[in-house]
Design a protein around this ligand. Structure first.
Ligand SMILES: Nc1ncnc2c1ncn2[C@@H]1O[C@H](COP(=O)(O)OP(=O)(O)O)[C@@H](O)[C@H]1O
Ligand SMILES: [Mg+2]
Length: 365
């Protein structure tokens, strides 16, 4: 499905004093998508939202909404609303008055205000609580009020800045599903900011992984996780075992033999490498299987350091003979009862050929 562009950043740069928060930033937002900005604290996520909302002005470059430049357009004239982590509710107003606030500012008729407020409260499943004060509500309910207060304006784009971070784990998982449902139901374009990769992977149509004011990769969650553009994205998107290796032979256009501290391994990749090039293999813990040393061939040999029962998975830390440590995370399966490998036991680690992620070696940053 191709969707039309609703907003775009073209070569936008933004400094705070001498600090460069965004440099030559480009992004096309698609109509009706849930796009997540994912990246470590300080990488510029909030700055992107503030620029789109009109709370900051770009130093250079231009931002467009619905094909029109936003240069010179004040925040209140942009059809964009933000939900903050802090909720920013008015404590002295009722829930309904909080939600209706934006519509009153726009001087809509009271019948319309009442209808739209009720609709927004229904959407976030707070019907019946309109007369309460925000502080009489739970954290999750306050979060919903903040959402209703934004949705009631029927924004073209809804910006959500780490808005679930204050909630505990269980509630957060529920709100993730609910937000995604609301986004589908309303068809409103959401730009969601988080530093939580699971949240990003489970909610997004597309993820933009950011580092120091730039997008490192933009794509659907599965591409980000399974085909990361570089080591930063690979590590930010999921737990990673990173093993350095050297190319010893090229056996087919998409197949290499590499040497990992003396152990030869065949790996598959679309990327081009020369013989002698250094590269890294990224192995996801859940892609790895642990075998008794004697029963298996291929893969990498080592011995068990630690074994941790985690309910859903059995996690093992293995010291490879090749040097590095590797973590595996095996799901329990009915057909193959998990073998118990106590610390000290010799084992082999294997994975489905081709599931390794092969990336160029890059200097430490
Ligand atoms: N008002 C400000 N004054 C000075 N520096 C700022 C200001 N706002 C943000 N920054 C800096 O800009 C960078 C990006 O900030 P921000 O967009 O808030 O990142 P994120 O939301 O990804 O954590 C950070 O290094 C931050 O310290
Ligand atoms: Mg931020």
């Amino acid at each position: 499905m191709t969707r039309s562009t609703i907003a775009s950043f073209r070569a936008v740069s933004k400094h705070y004093g001498s600090h460069c928060a965004l440099r030559d930033f480009n992004l096309e937002l698609r109509e009706g998508e849930l796009l997540t900005l994912l990246g470590p604290s300080g990488c510029g996520k909030t700055t992107v939202l503030r620029l789109l909302a009109g709370l900051e002005i770009p130093d250079s470059g231009e931002i467009f909404l619905d094909g029109r430049t936003l240069a010179g357009v004040p925040p209140e004239a942009r059809n964009v609303n933000t939900v903050f982590q802090s909720y920013a509710l008015f404590p002295h107003l009722s829930v309904a008055e909080n939600v209706a606030f934006g519509l009153r500012m726009k001087k809509l008729g009271s019948a319309e205000i009442r209808a739209r407020t009720a609709e927004a409260l229904r959407m976030v499943r707070l019907d019946g609580l309109g007369g309460h004060r925000p502080l009489q509500l739970s954290g999750g309910q306050q979060q919903r009020v903040a959402l209703a207060r934004a949705l009631v304006n029927r924004p073209r784009v809804l910006l959500l800045d780490e808005c679930l971070s204050a909630l505990d784990y269980q509630l957060r998982r529920e709100m993730q599903l609910e937000l995604k449902g609301l986004q589908r139901q309303t068809g409103i374009t959401f730009v969601f900011v988080t530093h939580d990769r699971e949240e990003a992977l489970s909610m997004s149509d597309r993820i933009a992984v950011m580092r120091t004011g730039r997008i490192e990769q933009l794509g659907p969650p599965r591409d980000i996780y399974e085909r990361p553009a570089n080591l930063f994205v690979a590590q930010f998107a999921g737990e990673s075992n990173v093993l350095e290796a050297t190319v010893t032979a090229i056996t087919a256009p998409d197949s290499l033999i590499v040497e990992l501290a003396g152990t030869p391994l065949t790996v598959r990749t679309d990327r081009r490498f020369r013989v002698g090039a250094r590269l890294v293999l990224v192995l996801r813990p859940e892609d790895l299987h642990v075998h008794d040393d004697a029963a298996a061939e291929g893969g990498l040999a080592g011995h068990v350091l630690e074994r941790t029962y985690r309910g859903v998975t059995l996690d093992t830390v293995i010291a490879l003979d090749a040097g590095p440590r590797i973590k595996t995370s095996e799901f329990f399966r009915e057909d193959t009862p998990a073998l118990d490998h106590p610390p000290g036991q010799r084992v082999r680690v294997s994975w489905t050929p081709g599931w390794e992620i092969v990336l160029p070696h890059e200097p430490e940053t």
